[in-house]
Design a protein around this ligand. Structure first.
Ligand SMILES: Nc1nc2c(ncn2[C@@H]2O[C@H](COP(=O)(O)OP(=O)(O)OP(=O)(O)O)[C@@H](O)[C@H]2O)c(=O)[nH]1
Ligand SMILES: [Mg+2]
Length: 538
């Protein structure tokens, strides 16, 4: 029997990702949401490099040093009876594979815009991915405390660049460095802020109707007049709120605020939670799996080692799709096609890890991974099933790598393999040059830097890297001759991937075409499937 408790636990879960172009303030907002959820008492400033505190979700050493997010992170907090799973994603395109994978685990997206910059390039790409999934997308215009574009112009930009209509839920009061607060359209209340100790603690909020003596006393006439004019204009020009259109991703609720000063953060959170859906179903090879199935199921969307320097362990992040998860339960694991026991589950509350006894559909949990889990693996305590596979990107940059000190070969290999299993890099073995070479392929060159940095800090190995001119890798699906007999241009290469499948490396598309023309029957594929292909019937 499906217990009522499980049902109500699932109903109060909300799981979403924060996305945007680099630097719009995702990590800052994530941290402020945690602050309002009581998960942290003091927020650390993201780019205050010398300060003792760093943003909670930027835990990797390189992130703290540079102030950018390199990898996604998952955290939980409670707010007003909701149990919230928040996924902070990196904005830089070199890390977008991670972001795309994380989006598969989310049921909604919060899209941040830098108020001064509007809809930026990377935001456009991420928006399109969300749109394809038809999940609700909420827009938070951040950095309203500084010089900003006109709010109406931003609405127009959303429509012109992203082709989505916006429904402003609140409206800013005071612009260009004079941000006072927001006007709540639904309630007609004015929310004015003060204090907050430059964002370190919760900001003081005063709320009152726009047409009240109190508002008149506090808010100078120029603010009130402008606000009245703009609100009137909105009622005519803006889109009305339409829940169905929001849930299908065709209308975006629009909010204004400043993550750094905390102004407008809480009203955003409240409105967001009221609208965003409880856990959504996922597609599997056995059809749609609903959150209220009477068994636990989930999939692994992220693997991360060495999150905690004190533990040096490896975690597999699971999105619970259905039912109730219980510590030590035995489940079917699609990767090994076997039953296994799930040990040492954990959840992440700000910078603390906590052991979990139970988790429910919608939750993100970390499982201790002795090395058996892979990205995209499915787990089920019910029927054997596999969820729809998660995206794999083709690397576009390649390098030959080796440890500076050949005595450290073992640690080097361990590190490189580990980071490859996280999906951040892909490794290939090349022997055609007469010696055994390890090649690394990445989607974005910053991944090389992360690899270099992590090898030193986590594995104590200095890496020597030589960039190679290859730009494309193709997996050999079918081959008319032995691989080394294929007729290829002199600048093309042959190698094996980490599962010893043959691949060809090319410098340009012209060489790929030539390879096809000169080797009749040669069949190439742009990506390797992580596991065998599955057909989905919806
Ligand atoms: N003035 C102002 N600055 C902000 C605000 N929110 C964030 N910032 C600053 O903007 C910079 C980038 O913030 P992050 O939160 O690291 O941005 P991000 O979107 O997580 O960046 P990536 O993860 O690297 O894509 C930092 O210096 C923040 O302090 C805001 O509301 N107002
Ligand atoms: Mg960030």
């Amino acid at each position: 029997m499906f217990m009522t408790e499980t049902r109500s636990e699932i109903a109060r879960r909300r799981t979403f990702a924060i996305i945007s172009h680099p630097d719009a303030g995702k990590t800052t907002l994530t941290e402020k949401l945690l602050l309002y959820g009581g998960a942290i008492r003091q927020a650390g400033s993201v780019k205050a490099r010398k300060a003792a505190r760093h943003a909670t979700s930027d835990w990797m050493e390189i992130e703290k040093q540079r102030g950018i997010s390199v990898t996604s992170s998952a955290m939980q907090f409670e707010y007003n009876g909701f149990r919230i799973n928040i996924l902070d994603t990196p904005g830089h395109q070199d890390f977008s594979e991670d972001t795309y994978r994380v989006l598969v685990a989310a049921d909604a997206a919060v899209m941040l815009l830098d108020a001064a910059k509007g809809v930026e390039e990377q935001t456009v790409k991420l928006f399109k991915v969300c749109r394809l999934r038809q999940i609700p997308i909420f827009t938070f215009v951040n950095k309203m405390d500084r010089a900003a574009k006109d709010p109406f112009a931003l609405m127009e930009e959303l429509e012109n660049v992203l082709d989505i209509r916006a429904c402003p839920m609140n409206w800013p009061i005071g612009v260009d460095g004079d941000f006072q607060g927001v006007y709540q359209r639904r309630t007609g209340q004015v929310l004015l802020y003060s204090g907050g100790n430059h964002g370190i603690s919760v900001a003081e909020e005063r709320s009152m109707p726009l047409d009240s003596l109190e508002a008149e006393a506090i808010l100078a006439p120029r603010y009130r007049e402008r606000l009245r004019d703009e609100v009137e204009l909105l009622d005519v020009a803006g889109d009305a709120f339409h829940a169905e259109a929001v849930l299908s991703g065709n209308l975006t609720p629009l909010f204004f605020g400043s993550a750094i000063t905390n102004f407008g953060v809480e009203p955003f959170l409240e409105a967001f939670l009221a609208i965003t859906p409880p856990p959504l179903s996922r597609l599997s090879d056995r059809g749609v799996i609903r959150p209220d199935e009477d068994y636990f199921s989930g999939f692994i969307f992220k693997i991360q080692a060495n999150m905690n320097p004190a533990h040096r362990d490896r975690l597999a992040f699971v999105r619970v799709v259905s039912g109730r998860f219980q510590k030590d339960m035995s489940v079917y694991h699609s990767g090994t096609d076997k039953t296994m026991q799930l040990k040492q589950p954990q959840q992440f509350m700000a910078d603390e890890r906590q052991a979990v006894e139970h988790a429910y559909a919608g939750d993100i949990i970390g499982l201790f991974d002795p090395g058996c889990f892979h990205l995209g693996d499915s787990l089920s305590a019910g029927p054997k099933l596999r969820f729809q596979s998660i995206p794999v990107f083709a690397p576009e940059h390649f390098a030959r790598v080796r440890p500076e000190d050949s005595m450290k070969r073992k640690a080097f290999q361990k590190g490189v393999c580990q980071i490859a299993e996280e999906g951040a890099i892909q490794i290939f073995l090349r022997t055609e040059t007469g010696r055994e070479e390890t090649l690394v392929g990445v989607v974005g060159v910053l991944q090389f830097e992360v690899l270099e940095h992590r090898l030193i800090t986590e594995y104590g190995v200095t890496m020597i890297m030589e960039r190679l001119p290859f730009r494309f890798v193709r997996w050999v699906v079918s081959c008319p001759a032995p691989i080394d007999k294929l007729r290829l241009t002199s600048t093309s290469g042959r190698a094996l991937d980490d599962e010893e499948r043959p691949v060809l490396l090319f410098e340009n598309e012209w060489s790929i075409r030539l390879a096809m023309e000169n080797n009749h029957g040669l069949e190439l594929s742009e990506t390797a499937t992580r596991h065998e292909r599955i057909d989905f019937h919806s």
